[in-house]
Design a protein around this ligand. Structure first.
Ligand SMILES: Nc1nc2c(ncn2[C@@H]2O[C@H](COP(=O)(O)OP(=O)(O)OP(=O)(O)O)[C@@H](O)[C@H]2O)c(=O)[nH]1
Ligand SMILES: [Mg+2]
Length: 698
């Protein structure tokens, strides 16, 4: 086609120029033809594709394919020239490949969803003995799709290799982890990526949270301000702090809050009080769940994150529930006891919760400036004795104060008591990461060995019973995957049944009145039963999750052993995920029931009298609170189960792939000399003492 020099006409039109819609049509047609040509290429390349579901019978020889490809090339060149005739070029691409892939993954996910037994029933009843495995098939597929998606969303943005390089820059020796990453990438061992990423993030987030707990007005916020040498946190005589607030290092003073609906917002520091205090944000109507303040304090530079929490105890407001929910998540706890009061049941309860959650705790006697020296010693000794009696442990109590005159004591506490424990906690964490990297290395070696073995093994030689192992893995994957559906139904139903709670409380009250001679049933007792009934329901459900997870753990351990894989999930990790269920807070105290006059009329009458008393007295509040609690539970369980699923599947997927390799099912990874070489590289690591350990270089 001859190239035209654009010959300007009167209206600015060149000779032979089509009008706009015509040009457009030309362009669209060229794009369309090109797309069809791509489809042709796809058909021709099926012979070399890895797909186990081929669509076409290959009746073109490779030499013929090449000829067709030549034609396609020429056709495309011609398309370009047709556009050039009209001074046009093909449109530049405008859809990011990741988006297109993610869209397809979303469709894949929907297709998988429709394999579930509930949908399958549309094609006839699903046999009982197939349900578990069918669920398993669904969740196995889903886990892999999610893995792909996670990789596309997260890792492409901050790729693993560069994350590891960055870690090295911050002073970690991650050569072994890097070597593992390289090897895993080279041989397509994608199943190990989630664990490399999770180890990297454990190291990236090297902050440890030190949280302050204590009753309302025990001086938590004041102590933090004194430690940081800045009046960052609001303080006062009435209950003040309403939202857990994290303080971490930052080059400038800066605050951010996150809301219950997931929104985050940077706020001027002067506005913090209007969001995180009981006065500025009564009852936390604005639904702030966390606040984060960056403070340029040298004390935070090492990675300590200090956390201020809403006060606990009988005077506490809505924030106390947040504190209790937060409690099991910190790494180290400081419990403050006001020198102006004395140790009470609430303090002991808090310490007990901390111990149960396995969190190391220090006890501080705050506002020590209020006591004369002699009294202070006596107070400290008294509290230590009480703790010994109540909890059976020897706890050293440290006296501190936030007033400027006592800054030496506070400095001393920070440097001599807090910092060493912080370092200790960090060393423990690093040692655990190092152990995990060690186990990862062994698994990767096992995977490489399997690839070699299979290649060398003659056909027909006996293999372990891989099919049976696969079935077991499938069943647990299905069971864990189904939990979230079961639980979300359970929460929903529970949130709508205040009547059932009231019935149970009435039953408890009747039983109680048999054993007690008093006429009235005290309000506190009723309130306690309300709590018990709700907590009991929660406990049963959590037990359900725990036992499903335990079964999964057992199976995973068995399969790992049969596969000779030393990398196994630990029960503690599971517990960590499970432990911070939201608690039920019921602030309204029902009136006392005067049971005396009903008692002699028999249990039936007594029960219904108590029932209607409660219904009238707290019925509507209970309804509202249960409803809210169920919502909180359902959010929590959704997130928690996702974590549990991801955690267990990261192992199950790895075992499955190992099984596929053993049974010769999975293709790929054929670079035998490369595998041999990498395997030796990892084997040798054992000899190079300790160089694989994660260690902060001095
Ligand atoms: N004398 C003395 N008073 C203190 C000290 N620390 C705090 N206070 C006072 O105790 C009151 C409560 O202090 P906050 O720091 O707000 O207590 P909090 O524990 O954060 O209270 P909540 O956020 O409501 O749980 C305030 O009036 C402070 O001035 C101290 O070391 N010595
Ligand atoms: Mg406070």
């Amino acid at each position: 086609m001859p190239q035209h020099e654009p010959e300007e006409h009167a209206e600015g039109r060149f000779a032979g120029e089509l009008n706009g819609p015509q040009q457009n049509r030309l362009r669209v047609t060229c794009h369309y033809i090109d797309k069809l040509l791509s489809d042709v290429e796809h058909v021709l390349h099926q012979a070399t594709s890895q797909s186990p579901f081929p669509r076409y019978i290959i009746d073109v020889a490779p030499a013929q394919v090449r000829v067709v490809e030549d034609y396609i090339r020429q056709l495309r060149a011609q398309l370009l020239r047709a556009l050039a005739w009209q001074h046009m070029k093909p449109n530049p691409p405008d859809i990011p490949a990741t988006r297109a892939v993610l869209t397809n993954l979303a469709f894949i996910d929907i297709a998988i969803e429709e394999l579930r037994p509930s949908y399958m029933r549309g094609s006839g009843a699903v046999p009982d003995d197939a349900v578990d495995e069918l669920n398993g098939v669904v969740h196995e597929l889903r886990s892999l799709v999610e893995g792909t998606e996670r990789y596309l969303r997260q890792e492409l943005g901050s790729n693993l290799e560069s994350r590891l390089r960055k870690l090295e820059e911050t002073g970690y020796d991650v050569t072994l982890l890097r070597a593992i990453e390289e090897i895993v990438t080279r041989h397509g061992l994608v199943e190990f990526r989630p664990r490399i990423a999770s180890l990297a993030s454990r190291l990236e987030d090297d902050s440890l949270e030190v949280a302050l707990f204590g009753r309302v007005s025990s001086g938590k916020s004041s102590l933090l301000n004194a430690l940081l040498g800045a009046d960052v946190l609001p303080v006062g005589v009435n209950p003040i702090t309403a939202v857990p607030t994290k303080l971490r290092y930052g080059p400038a003073l800066r605050a951010a809050v996150s809301y219950g609906d997931g929104r985050n917002e940077i706020v001027p520091i002067e506005q913090l009080a209007s969001l995180v205090t009981e006065q500025g944000n009564p009852g936390n109507l604005r639904n702030v769940v966390r606040a984060l303040v960056e403070v340029p304090s040298r004390r935070l530079k090492e990675g300590i994150v200090l956390v201020d929490t809403p006060g606990l105890g009988s005077l506490a407001r809505s924030g106390a529930a947040e504190t209790l929910a937060y409690l099991p998540g910190c790494d180290l706890a400081l419990l403050l006891i006001d020198a102006g009061t004395t140790l009470n049941e609430e303090d002991i309860g808090t310490l007990r919760l901390l111990f149960e959650a396995g969190i190391p705790a220090l006890v501080l006697l705050s506002k020590s400036d209020l006591l004369a020296e002699g009294d202070l010693h006596r107070a400290v000794r008294y509290i230590e004795e009480q703790l010994q009696n109540e909890l059976g442990v020897g706890i050293h109590v440290h006296a501190v104060s936030s007033i400027p005159a006592a800054s030496v004591v506070l400095d001393h506490f920070f440097e001599r008591e807090l910092l060493p424990r912080f370092e200790q906690a960090r060393a423990l964490r690093e040692a655990s990461v190092a152990r995990k990297i060690g186990a990862l290395r062994e698994s990767v070696m096992a995977a490489l060995e399997t690839s070699l073995d299979r290649a060398k093994r003659e056909p027909g030689k006996s293999k372990p019973d891989t099919q049976e192992m696969e079935t077991r893995l499938r069943v647990i994957t299905g069971e864990i995957g189904e939990l979230s559906t079961t639980l979300s139904h359970a929460w929903l139903e529970f949130g709508e049944s205040p009547e059932r709670v009231i019935d149970q409380v009435a039953d408890m009250a009747v039983r109680w009145s048999h054993s007690e001679s008093t006429k009235g049933i005290p309000a506190v007792q009723l309130s306690e039963w309300l709590h018990d009934v709700v907590q009991e329901f929660l406990a049963r459900r959590i037990e359900q999750v725990r036992s499903a997870a335990d079964r999964a753990l057992t199976t995973l351990h068995q399969v790992a052993q049969e596969l000779g894989n030393t990398e196994t999930p630990s029960a503690e990790e599971l517990e960590r995920i499970l432990r911070d269920a939201p608690r039920f807070e019921f602030a309204t105290l029902p009136d006392e029931v005067h049971a005396g006059r009903w008692k002699w009329m028999g249990d039936g009458v007594l029960r219904s009298a108590i029932r209607s008393h409660l219904r009238q007295n707290v019925g509507s509040v209970l309804k509202e609170e249960l409803h809210q609690y169920a919502r909180a539970l359902s959010q929590w369980s959704e997130q928690t189960l996702k974590k549990i699923e991801a955690f267990l599947n990261s192992y199950a997927d790895a075992y499955r792939i190992q099984i596929h390799r053993l049974s010769g099912f999975s293709k790929g990874a054929k670079d035998l000399p490369g595998i041999e070489q990498d395997l030796n590289r990892l084997r040798r690591w054992r000899a190079e003492e300790g160089s694989g350990l994660v260690k902060k270089r001095a």
